[in-house]
Write a protein that binds this ligand. Structure first.
Ligand code: ATP
Ligand code: MG
Length: 354
């Protein structure tokens, strides 16, 4: 990545203005970045679907921008239900080969939850599995859904998990599975992980069942702080929400989609239609102010570290986490009364005071 006139171009996909909280939380991130004087030039693009050959697709301009910048921050996009719509999230994953979804989940010091020592890293296979989108009705009343597992995708995500463990000082990789039931598909996923583990003699490797992991992490998350968990698509979806619950909810958990052709950073949560300003008035752009922008902000900090802009990431992280720990100006999901803007302003104030 090369800065132009001292600034790095990053694609910003604020998300769905009419159904979700994307624009509100993107706005907060932009305000915080301006205050911290991060050398980034946001290239804002719309991904509101357009009709092309009878199908809804992402506008070309969005794709071109991500292609050019290779780094993007993305607000949540609602997953459309029903025929004739291709999930935009899925399209982005396929277009840019975003094969690994990294989801760290760390307790915030000073913010009280059941545990104060959660520190999990989960790596979710991002392109296939139960999300292959192959479903059909065999006969009336009988529907089949295909979970697709390939050696290539399993090997690729496993290798990324080991690399991540090595680069981040984690001693172990645990493959999470249900190969006792899905003997062939999860069985092959495990075989790929096992083979890759041979190339990393200094990283320990083991396997555990998804249900057991859920139970154990809930009972005592501490042993999971030393490792990286890698798993097929759907398991990662569910387990990461469970981990989020342990540290204070979906308003706090970031993620990065690491790909061959680009990397796109986004919150773990969805568009949260229940707290968004429905059918938002395009003139009044800010919604109800209930959304917590922390998850998107922390995702953007993963992005900054990916770009080697670590000093900026640390400054912003300190300002955000101490605002949460102080507990005076936090959003409703964390038990506070502050609006999105009040919380954002509190972070900006701390940045100025640093
Ligand atoms: P989608 O279909 O887009 O995933 P969803 O209905 O599953 O949407 P999520 O966005 O996954 O909704 O959110 C689940 C719950 O967590 C909702 O009650 C939502 O309000 C809450 N939530 C999610 N993100 C946030 C946030 N950033 N701030 C506050 N609450 C949030
Ligand atoms: Mg959801």
């Amino acid at each position: 990545l090369q800065p132009i006139q001292g600034k790095y171009a990053v694609t910003l996909i604020p998300g769905d203005a009419f159904t979700g909280i994307g624009p509100e939380i993107s706005h907060a991130v932009k305000a915080i970045y301006a205050a911290a004087e991060v050398p980034i030039e946001w290239e804002e693009v719309s991904v509101t679907p357009v009709l092309k050959g009878g199908k809804t697709v992402i506008p070309d301009a969005a794709i071109t921008s991500v292609k050019r910048n290779t780094v993007a921050l993305k607000g949540p996009l609602a997953t459309p239900i029903g025929k004739g719509h291709v999930s935009l999230n899925l399209t982005l994953r396929r277009t840019f080969n975003l094969f690994a979804n990294v989801r760290p989940c760390v307790s915030i010091k000073g913010f009280k939850t059941a545990y104060d020592d959660v520190n999990t890293v989960l790596i979710r296979e991002n392109t296939e599995g139960e999300y292959s989108g192959i479903e059909h009705e065999i006969v009336d009343g009988v529907v089949q859904s295909i979970k697709l597992i390939t050696w290539q995708a399993s090997e690729r995500v496993a290798r990324y998990a080991f690399h991540y463990a090595q680069a981040n000082g984690r001693r172990r990789v645990t493959a999470v599975h249900k190969a006792n039931i899905m003997k062939m598909s999860d069985g092959m996923f495990l075989a790929a992980c096992r083979e890759v583990s041979g190339d990393f003699p200094n990283i320990a490797y083991d396997e555990d069942l998804l249900d057991r992991v859920c139970l154990q992490v809930c009972q005592n998350p501490r042993p999971y702080a030393d490792r990286v968990m890698v798993m097929p698509n759907l398991y990662g979806d569910i387990l990461s929400d469970m981990c989020a619950g342990l540290i204070g909810g979906l308003g706090l958990t970031p993620s990065g989609n690491i790909g061959r052709d680009a990397s796109i950073f986004e919150a773990v949560h969805g568009s949260a239609p229940d707290i968004a300003e429905f059918g938002a008035n395009p003139i009044r752009k800010i919604g109800k102010g209930l959304a917590n922008p922390t998850a998107l902000l922390l995702s953007s900090l993963m992005m900054l570290r990916h770009m080697n802009l670590n000093t900026y990431a640390e400054r912003i992280e300190k300002a955000a986490l101490s605002t949460i720990a102080e507990g005076k100006t936090i959003t409703g999901d964390l038990g506070g009364k502050a609006t999105t803007k009040e919380f954002t302003d509190a972070i900006v104030k701390r940045l100025h005071a640093q």
